[in-house]
Design a protein around this ligand. Structure first.
Ligand code: CAA
Length: 257
């Protein structure tokens, strides 16, 4: 794995991954995406990790797929390349992913952000799906997840015009979770990741899966799955510990069992 375009470290139960291609505003090259998916899968399989924090730099979360990778490709080459298979791996990460977003979150960058679960954005962040300016459309959910998040009227406005949304617009439209002051964008997201990491890992995975079911399934199916997960959690030590700790007026010590 090329360690340069991704920096990563573990802090307690949080895995911190930083996209690191400053010269091209963190453009998501094919090797970077492959390594990101592999790294996330490794942390997903690591019992010590409860939450993944994914970050860019202050100037750019990611300004999209790397245009240089695609500029001369034909449709046949693009189909054979099947670059979006990698995105399925990221979609299947079972642990919560917190996004620390500052600067540009555009195109594939915005799509990657929408694969995360809690999106903490700096007040200076800018969001968009400007693929229309390149003569293409988004290919990793930018017309689908984006539309589900912000609604058709805003999605058409953004996808057809290529215009950027401010952080305030993105919050108002439901694209992001919170806006934080630009001086504290990373620390604020880390704070959220640390807090989530104190919860029971089994319940965290169940909660993530259940909320995502709301986007994918008809309501009666997702309600049935929610109920099944709810009952399953009563077989865990974490449920016993959580409720015992409540009765004893102390913090729970979840073990992920
Ligand atoms: N791919 C490759 N290189 C990129 C890039 C990208 N997506 N975005 C920026 N860069 C490079 C620029 O080419 C430039 O490199 P040089 O210094 O070698 O010229 C460097 O990053 C800095 O960029 P700018 O000089 O353009 O910086 P700026 O502040 O003037 O503008 C910007 C910033 C508005 C983000 C502008 O760079 C831009 O419009 N970038 C492209 C955004 C875009 O179209 N994203 C969608 C990509 S397609 C996609 O993502 C498809 C998909 O769904 C998977």
């Amino acid at each position: 794995m090329d360690e340069q375009h991704l920096l990563h470290e573990v802090e307690g139960n949080v895995a911190i991954i930083r996209i690191n291609r400053p010269k091209v505003l963190n453009a998501l090259s094919l090797p970077l995406m492959a390594d990101l998916a592999t790294l996330m899968e490794q942390y997903d399989a690591d019992d010590n990790i409860h939450v993944i924090l994914l970050s860019g730099s202050q100037r750019a979360w990611a300004a999209g797929a790397d245009i240089g990778d695609m500029a001369t490709a034909s449709s046949d080459e693009m189909r054979k390349r099947d670059q979006f298979a990698i995105w399925e791996q990221i979609k299947n990460i079972s642990k919560p992913i917190v996004a620390a977003v500052s600067g540009f979150a555009l195109g594939g960058g915005c799509e990657l952000m929408m694969h995360c679960d809690i999106i903490i954005a700096s007040e200076n962040a800018l969001f968009g799906q400007p693929e229309i300016n390149l003569g293409i459309i988004p290919g990793a959910g930018g017309t689908q997840r984006f539309t589900r998040a912000v609604g058709k009227a805003t999605a058409m406005d953004v996808v057809l015009s290529g215009r950027f949304l401010s952080a305030k617009e993105a919050l108002d439209f439901g694209l992001i979770s919170r806006i934080v002051p630009k001086e504290h964008w990373f620390e604020s997201a880390l704070h959220v990741a640390r807090l989530v990491a104190t919860k029971g890992p089994i319940a965290l995975r169940a909660a993530k899966a259940s909320v995502l079911n709301a986007e994918e399934l008809p309501l009666s199916d997702s309600l049935a799955k929610e109920r099944a997960l709810f009952y399953e959690l009563f077989d865990t030590n974490d449920q016993t510990e959580g409720m015992t700790a409540f009765a004893e007026k102390r913090r729970p010590n979840f073990t992920g069992t």
